[in-house]
Design a protein around this ligand. Structure first.
Ligand code: MG
Length: 185
């Protein structure tokens, strides 16, 4: 165990569509908390791509799912949650990721516990750290696009780059086997 282990994702995948839902169910996961920006949709984009929509619908059929987005207004998050027919939380102030208040509230919303919940997100400094601190199974996806908030770009990404390098976590190392879910093969 090292000091940086609180940042270490349990799983590293290329993107949400690479997440093996069967494997998650087999490990006892019942609830999914999913980040919005650059995890499900690109920054500033409102609609899911057909591939991600298909994955999200399959996830919603099988798991209790809640969106958790660091956002003051949560407008895009709410639209997405409505599309998928699931709850969503816009978390800010002391509830925002990497704090654990929002994550805990989301678990209460879907009636799941840390042991049976996975946190899925593109940022180690917020999504993964919050998930690990709350005791969830954490899955780090590669960000969808380069564009992101200036806050993320300046405050989080440089530090994230240094930490994942020390941890030896790279999306490039995510295996093809992890990528292909049985439905897509
Ligand atoms: Mg994000």
């Amino acid at each position: 165990m090292g000091l940086l282990d609180v940042f270490r994702p349990d799983q590293v995948v290329h993107g949400v569509t690479s997440i093996d839902l069967d494997a998650l169910a087999e490990r006892g996961i019942e609830g999914l908390l999913i980040d919005v920006d650059n995890t499900l949709i690109a920054h500033g984009v409102g609609e899911l791509t057909p591939e991600r929509l298909d994955w999200a619908e399959r996830a919603v059929e099988r798991f209790r799912v809640c969106l958790v987005s660091n956002s003051m207004t949560g407008r895009r998050m709410r639209r997405l949650a409505n599309t998928l027919g699931i709850p969503g939380l816009a978390v800010w102030h002391w509830d925002r990721k990497p704090f654990t208040g929002g994550v805990r509230r989301a678990m209460r919303l879907i009636g799941s516990t840390p042991r049976t919940t996975a946190m899925i997100g593109d940022q180690v400094m917020t999504d993964i750290l919050a998930g690990n601190r709350a005791g969830l199974h954490t899955i780090w996806v590669q960000k969808i696009a380069e564009a992101e908030s200036i806050f993320t770009r300046i405050l989080h990404r440089p530090l994230e780059g240094r930490i994942v390098k020390r941890l030896g976590c790279r999306h490039e190392d995510a295996t093809e086997a992890e990528e292909a879910s049985p439905d897509e093969a």
